[in-house]
Design a protein around this ligand. Structure first.
Ligand code: SF4
Ligand code: SF4
Length: 345
């Protein structure tokens, strides 16, 4: 069946394992796994290993596409370049049960690494990745504001398969040929109009339950005007410059590149590692550091997310997942900072 001909289906909850098995037949499955009181995306072999009732994982799934540490290539003593084979040989992977903010995060990274600055390492993984979204009908996390950022809570496009919890059943939608290929063999019943009405009602409930919000109306204009607002200066005393907020962010993509030489001088590797604009070293260049001040680095991060990103890529670089709030040791909340700079809601 083609994706154009695909209609939504109903999957009885007790058959979710059938969908998992259908995915696992062709893909290595990554899913939400409970660990030490938190949930992380990691390899799973059985449906029962997954914590499907989570709200937000610690790290976003970007770590499985844009790796935290990655060897780009190696050079041997003969000076012949040896392409790293690891990416080409990686098996197809499926991210099962990802939430809509993280789907949107991946779509924002696609804009960077597939469209504007094509990155072969990201792309070879991304092309082999199936995205099975679980729309957020569970209570949101305490810091979620995806509804303000077009980040969620329900996916409209960009997924392969989307699941919506309708009580006894999941509504199963497929938006790509790869998605249809895993769903079709299950021979599910067609969803009715009532199922889609129920989905819309659950989406409204989920939006209403969203605990935080960020008003984006005229925000670019306001940020451009308020570049010297006193709130930015106060952050010098609050922000620790630890970089947590960028590491957990599903859209932050900056990296550093270094060469590593072994002691025998016979082999070298070029390695890239996630980097952070919140770290002092990030802005160190020949002749000095152009952003020594922690407040300036925090402001740059916010301005990139909510202002410059729109000019660069056509949407905000924030999807409202709330992770930067949850994991900030100084309890800095981007929604409150913007409220302060706006002078209220
Ligand atoms: S800026 Fe914060 S809330 Fe927005 S996407 Fe990044 S981590 Fe999530
Ligand atoms: S996590 Fe908080 S303290 Fe650390 S760099 Fe980000 S805003 Fe500053």
């Amino acid at each position: 069946m083609s994706v154009e001909a695909y209609q939504g289906k109903l999957l009885p909850k007790e058959r979710l394992g059938d969908l998992f098995d259908a995915v696992a037949r062709s893909y290595r499955v990554l899913g939400p796994v409970a660990r030490n009181g938190s949930v992380a995306i990691g390899p799973v072999e059985r449906l029962e290993e997954m914590a499907m009732d989570y709200s937000v994982t610690v790290l976003p799934p970007k770590e499985w596409l844009h790796r935290p540490v990655e060897t780009l290539f190696s050079v041997t003593k003969s000076l012949e370049f040896e392409a790293k084979e690891a990416i080409a040989s990686e098996q197809p992977q499926a991210i099962f049960g990802l939430h809509t903010c993280d789907l949107t995060g991946i779509r924002r990274l696609d804009e960077v690494f597939r469209k504007h600055y094509p990155d072969p390492y990201y792309n070879r993984r991304r092309e082999k990745t199936l995205l099975v979204v679980l729309n957020c009908a569970t209570p949101p996390g305490p810091d979620c504001f995806c509804a303000s950022m077009q980040g969620g809570p329900f996916a409209e496009e960009g997924y392969d398969v989307a699941l919506t919890d309708l009580g006894d059943h999941f509504l199963v939608e497929a938006a790509s040929d790869a998605g249809v290929a895993v769903v079709s063999p299950l021979q599910l019943d067609d969803a009715s109009r009532e199922s889609f009405r129920e989905k819309a009602a659950r989406k409204r409930q989920s939006v209403q339950k969203m605990p935080k919000s960020l008003n984006t109306a005229n925000l670019q204009t306001i940020l451009n005007r308020e570049i010297s607002h006193p709130r930015w200066g106060e952050l010098k005393e609050e922000c620790l410059g630890c970089g947590n907020c960028t590491m957990v962010c599903p859209t932050c993509y900056c990296y550093s590149v270094s060469d590593k030489l072994d002691l025998s001088l016979s082999r070298a590797e070029r390695v890239r590692t996630w980097d952070s604009c919140q770290l002092m070293e990030f802005s160190a260049v020949h002749g000095g550091n152009f952003r020594k001040d922690r407040a300036a680095r925090f402001k740059q991060w916010v301005y990139h997310k909510l202002n410059y990103w729109i000019d660069q890529y056509g949407a905000e670089g924030c999807v409202g997942c709330g992770r930067c709030i949850a994991w900030c040791p100084a309890k800095i909340d981007i929604t409150e900072v913007i409220r302060d700079v706006r002078g209220g809601d």
